[in-house]
Ligand binder design. Structure first.
Ligand code: UDP
Length: 513
């Protein structure tokens, strides 16, 4: 059953500049004579995403951009477990914020998947079989309700969504929410380089050269590619990536493969070129949260009321606390939405934070608190520990001078766009590659971890001194960060490279109808 919604349609408040070819216009006009349509040329994007914060955020930013750029109808769909966390009071039903409509699908784990104890291989198979059925039902229901979907876009770990699209004769597009460098690494791994990498998987310092990419070490590869044991609990994740690239190969054979990438040409021209002959990558990023991109507009208000967060915001007045601190003095520490911090790592950070005089704002999620016990409550005037914050607002605050980050791609991009230098402490997945890229581009420094993968207090101190201090390296980092901040904003601004790419993509999809 659908919730009755009072749709205040805001999608057409800004004029669309999408170009549509003469042929497609004729086709749409002819169709509308046969069966009248509510609007001419209505594009309807269905954006399907895995229920993790790092997937939901860039997917939602894309939804809003599509609504704005194309005047398109946009439906966002994540699993019921994610939808429940976004909209606690919705009782699994459709929600409409006036720009984006949220319709959840069941992946067979409506109560959520337990990442600690759950079997990932079982998850992969069950999510695929249940998800295929329930998403197909959503596509049919939207069609019956006069809102036919014209393009399905999906993020990572959902390769089966492409099959649902194909079964309904709808174009499907992969939205790669990690950097193009990571895409190129996966691409080459699944196209002939798996043997080389597997045979050196045990040697983190081994240097690999892949076509079109600068040489890098095994330790800089996305961690799912250096798995050496078939019984590794994360082998199922590598399989999901393999399936994604199998789908792309099939689509490529029909010349229909399209991949939207959350990056921009100026940042990753080399990696985009590294696979240009094989797959059509369309850089459209960085996908920014609305308050940054659309400050003061009606859409920004819509965003504020949309339930993007999967975590309950901390009620502490951390923004007011930031207001009381001098410019660029505060160290912001967060390891994202998934990483579970090792006890020793947390203790190292805590010890250093206590000994040092720099004010800090530290996000320690509820599930990480057990490791620290009551110690966190001893925080004093010098620091504040919160369970979850509005990260982009924090990074935009003038008091923040450095971000100690796990280098999830969203955090990396948000730090760049807010002009905050990073200390990179990558944990797994693409974070290690993102950290390498961030350091290569001069966005910060990477902390050296000890044998147990822990950033020790002394090393944290060294890194902070480097990026916040008055030494030459610090000055250079801050200069580069300011430069990339401008370039990133230009890329997504009106007429910038990513803005043009997104508009061209929308026009191309419109011409397929
Ligand atoms: N985030 C947030 N508040 C927090 C911590 C994180 O809003 O206290 C957001 C952050 O802005 C980013 C996302 O959560 O958009 C995390 O995504 P990322 O790719 O950085 O890391 P992941 O959580 O996927 O490891």
């Amino acid at each position: 059953m659908w919730t009755a919604v009072d749709r205040q349609d805001k999608r057409h408040e800004e004029p669309s500049t999408v170009e549509v070819s003469a042929t497609s216009r004729y086709y749409i006009a002819t169709k509308s004579l046969v069966k009248p349509r509510r609007r001419t040329m209505e594009q309807h994007f269905l954006v399907v995403t895995y229920a993790a914060q790092g997937h939901v955020n860039p997917a939602l930013h894309l939804c809003r951009r599509l609504a704005r750029v194309a005047g398109a109808r946009v439906t966002f769909s994540t699993s019921i477990s994610g939808h429940r966390r976004m909209f606690a009071s919705s009782a699994d039903q459709e929600v409409d914020d006036g720009v984006v409509c949220y319709v959840p699908f069941s992946d067979g784990y409506d109560g959520g998947f337990d990442r600690e104890t759950g079997n990932r291989d079982e998850f992969r198979l069950r999510a695929k079989s249940v998800g295929t059925r329930t998403l197909a039902a959503i596509v049919r229901s939207l069609q019956q309700r006069g809102r036919p979907v014209t393009c399905i876009i999906h993020t990572l770990l959902l390769p089966w969504v492409a099959d649902v699209a194909h079964d309904h004769g709808i174009p499907s597009v992969l939205y790669w929410i990690q950097p193009a460098t990571v895409f190129a690494m996966y691409y080459h791994y699944f196209h002939g380089y798996d043997g080389l990498i597997a045979s050196h998987g045990h040697d983190p310092q081994f240097e690999v050269t892949l076509p079109g990419l600068p040489p890098f070490k095994i330790r800089d590869l996305p961690s799912f590619l250096s798995i050496t044991r078939p019984d590794d609990p994360y082998a199922a994740v590598t399989d999901m990536f393999r399936e994604t690239f199998d789908v792309l190969d099939r689509e490529e054979a029909n010349s229909t493969a399209r991949v939207l990438v959350n990056t921009f040409e100026e940042l990753e021209g080399d990696a985009l070129a590294a696979v240009a002959g094989q797959v059509k990558l369309i850089p459209i990023g960085p996908m920014l949260p609305s308050p940054l991109q659309l400050e003061g507009t009606k859409e920004a208000k819509g965003m504020a009321s949309a339930g993007a967060d999967l975590f309950k915001p901390d009620e502490k007045h951390y923004m007011e606390w930031l207001d009381s601190k001098p410019e660029k003095s505060v160290v912001y520490v967060s390891f994202g939405s998934l990483a579970v911090m090792k006890k020793r790592q947390a203790e190292e950070i805590l010890r250093w934070l206590k000994e040092n005089r720099k004010p800090y704002l530290w996000v320690v999620r509820k599930e990480n608190r057990g490791e620290l016990g009551d110690k966190l409550e001893e925080e004093g005037e010098g620091g504040m520990v919160v369970e979850w914050c509005s990260q982009v607002r924090v990074l935009s605050h003038p008091a923040v001078g450095c971000f100690v980050t796990h280098c999830g791609w969203n955090s990396t991009v948000e730090s760049m766009v807010c002009g905050v230098p990073m200390v990179a402490v990558p944990q797994w997945s693409d974070q290690v590659t993102n950290a390498m890229l961030a350091e290569l581009r001069g966005l910060g420094v990477r902390g050296e971890l000890d044998g147990e993968g822990v950033l020790q207090g002394a090393e944290l101190c060294r890194c902070l001194e480097t990026v916040m201090g008055e030494g030459e390296r610090g000055k250079e980092v801050r200069k580069r960060v300011a430069m990339w901040k401008e370039r990133a904003r230009e890329a997504v601004g009106e007429g910038g490279s990513s803005d043009r790419n997104l508009r061209a993509f929308v026009g191309e999809i419109a011409s397929l109808k």
